[in-house]
Design a protein around this ligand. Structure first.
Ligand code: ZN
Length: 474
């Protein structure tokens, strides 16, 4: 079993190669804009749209007329036309779904907004000895191979090797990267192998509360670099538009933004990797990030600066990115990710299943229903994480849960986590027993859509770690 992942590496181009990359990029930008112009004109004149195939065909004519075009790989130019086609298709898909009439129509790209190009297939390019060769690129383009590409058996012959499906190049600031889309091995499903299950509740003040009791702190990388960010942003806006100084300042700004994004991704990568390695089943809540941001909770009117701060915190924890990472990593490692409805996860009682309403400020959950659980207390977020786990386990058949013999949670170096839970987990046991107890499941049953194991769309996360989409996220 394999799945397609993209591995991203830094390139180490020589000066002349750097110039060649920039030249190819600029040509692709012009091609993109010209092709977009042609599509718009054609529609205006004839009322018909021109297809990618038609445009690819006319490449032959352009290449014959313009020697500069003939110097660049045809596959790259086709890749650019494909990219425009994807942008068109995405626009029509959104329009169908009822977005605004002009929202997301493909734009003409300025120099500052066009940062990459791709081959339309992995052909007429050679990957050998840690470098790439292709027409239009002088010499061997060296790659910083900090980790190997995965070897898998060939689809037809069964021969072991690295079978690259696609390749793209991307400029981030002044640095060039290459992405390889390759089939990567997928581990057997590990459910029921005693790997245990865990529930996680994302927060803004901390990154996550786990049902094991562990609290994963929020690294707040964005905040640490917020001053740098503000300074460089001011610097850009002071420079005249289109000037060289502005471009330079913008590069600085991009460097800061990249730093923030890299740090954030790094901590999310570590957390998601640790969860899928240590647990067979991971339960998370289905939160709408949009709703989390901007949201004025009922009955409160927030000053603008509080909203800004809250938004920044949500962006800093990046729950969406984390979910994407968990999705593909769980698939790769044979773990199961279960996304449960988020209705009332804070109000529902983990013990009795009833709803105990609490204020936002209440940090502690207390069971108020008379009975065996009366007056039991737990931190609010821990209760939520346990409820999430309980909901998830309720939709997994018992033999597959693998709960009860929880593996000790380890950090990325394989060592124990301070404060982390080890050995048998009372949390998981409780979740199972209480889920089975009749009469306490009415809250769960009223929760909308006790869906089964979700298979979300392919994620689209960027980062050092492989990701599932082939495109560099243009
Ligand atoms: Zn209760």
């Amino acid at each position: 079993m394999t799945m397609l992942l993209t591995y991203k590496y830094r390139l180490n181009p020589e000066k002349r190669q750097h110039r060649a990359l920039e030249r190819i990029l600029e040509q692709q930008r012009q091609l993109y804009n010209a092709a977009l112009c042609e599509r718009i004109e054609c529609y205006r004149k004839t009322g018909k749209s021109i297809s990618e195939v038609d445009q690819s065909r006319s490449l032959t004519q352009i290449r014959a007329d313009d020697p500069a075009f003939a110097l660049v790989q045809r596959r790259i130019q086709r890749g650019t036309l494909k990219r425009l086609d994807r942008a068109y298709k995405a626009f029509f898909r959104r329009a169908k779904e009822g977005a605004g009439a002009s929202s997301g129509f493909p734009k003409f790209k300025g120099r500052e907004h066009f940062d990459g190009f791709a081959f339309d297939a992995f052909a007429q390019i050679t990957f050998k000895d840690g470098g790439l060769w292709f027409a239009g690129m002088p010499g061997k383009l060296r790659i910083n191979l900090d980790r190997p590409l995965p070897e898998t058996p060939h689809e037809k012959t069964g021969e072991m090797g690295v079978w690259i499906k696609n390749v793209w190049f991307k400029r981030e600031g002044l640095i060039w990267y290459v992405g390889f889309q390759v089939p990567a091995p997928v581990r057997e499903n590990r459910n029921g192998l005693g790997k245990g299950a865990i529930g996680a509740d994302w927060g803004t003040s901390v990154l996550a509360h786990l049902s094991s009791g562990e609290i994963v702190p929020n690294p707040r990388h964005g905040e640490a670099l917020a001053q740098d960010l503000a300074r460089t942003q001011r610097s850009v806006s002071r420079k005249a538009k289109g000037s060289k100084q502005r471009l330079k300042a913008r590069r600085h700004l991009q460097a800061v933004q990249r730093k923030i994004a890299n740090r954030r991704r790094n901590s999310l990568d570590k957390l998601s990797a640790r969860l899928v390695k240590n647990f067979g089943t991971i339960a998370i809540e289905d939160i709408a990030v949009k709703g989390l941001m901007d949201a004025e909770r009922p009955g409160e009117t927030l000053p603008e600066f509080v909203k800004t701060r809250r938004n920044r915190e949500v962006l800093d924890t990046a729950p969406y990115l984390l979910r994407q990472m968990l999705t593909y990593k769980a698939q790769r490692e044979g773990a199961t990710l279960i996304v449960v409805p988020s209705t009332n996860t804070t109000q529902e009682c983990f013990w009795c299943g009833g709803l105990h309403f609490k204020e936002l400020t209440d940090a502690t959950h207390v069971c108020t229903r008379p009975g065996p659980y009366f007056n039991l207390k737990a931190p609010r977020k821990l209760n939520a994480a346990r409820v999430i786990l309980k909901r998830a386990l309720a939709c997994v058949p018992a033999p597959l849960r693998g709960a009860g013999r929880n593996a000790p949670i380890k950090n990325h170096r394989g060592g124990p986590v301070p404060g982390g839970l080890s050995g048998s987990s009372p949390v998981v046991r409780n979740a199972r027993t209480s889920a089975r107890r009749p009469g306490n499941t009415e809250a769960e049953q009223s929760a909308p859509g006790r869906r089964g194991v979700e298979t979300p769309p392919l994620p689209h996360a960027r980062g050092r770690d492989p990701k599932v989409r082939g495109s560099p996220g243009w």
